[in-house]
Design a protein around this ligand. Structure first.
Ligand code: ZN
Length: 138
């Protein structure tokens, strides 16, 4: 039997790396290492010769926080994605539109009404341009 002394290298199960790795013996108990230091992560822990049996109950699962994406500004792509689920109005000069309405313009494509300018204009944001369009024309 080889004698293990403090400072010697042994293979042990690292509780942090979750692998059997080379460890440096820190403390001995009898002929066996008691405390070991992981050569990989530097963590000190009790000596375990091999991987312990998995304990389901021991698994502490921290609740994964939902990525609270605080966005002050929506990108156009995101806005478009949202808009694709919403009803759109085909644009015509005689139509009536309000802020937040999604319209489909023959030339400019899909746009979002940014503002209504009384009595008969709307400011519409399109993918790459913002236009003032006529509405409520009778
Ligand atoms: Zn380790």
């Amino acid at each position: 039997m080889t004698k293990i002394a403090a400072g010697a290298e042994v293979d042990a199960y690292c509780t942090k790396c979750k692998l059997v790795l080379a460890h440096t013996v820190m403390a001995i108990e009898g002929a066996k290492p008691r405390r070991v230091k992981c050569n990989t992560c530097g963590g000190e822990h009790n000596y375990r010769p091999s991987k312990p049996a998995p304990k389901a109950a021991a698994a502490k699962k921290g609740k994964a926080k939902p990525a609270s994406a605080k966005r002050t500004r929506q990108t156009w792509e995101e806005a478009m994605q949202e808009a694709s689920a919403k009803p759109r109005k085909a644009y015509s000069m005689s139509g009536s539109y309000g802020e937040g309405d999604w319209i489909e313009h023959r030339t400019f494509g899909i746009g979002c009404v940014q503002a209504f300018v009384p009595p008969n204009k709307i400011v519409v944001r399109f993918a790459d341009t913002t236009k003032t369009l006529v509405c409520n024309r009778s």
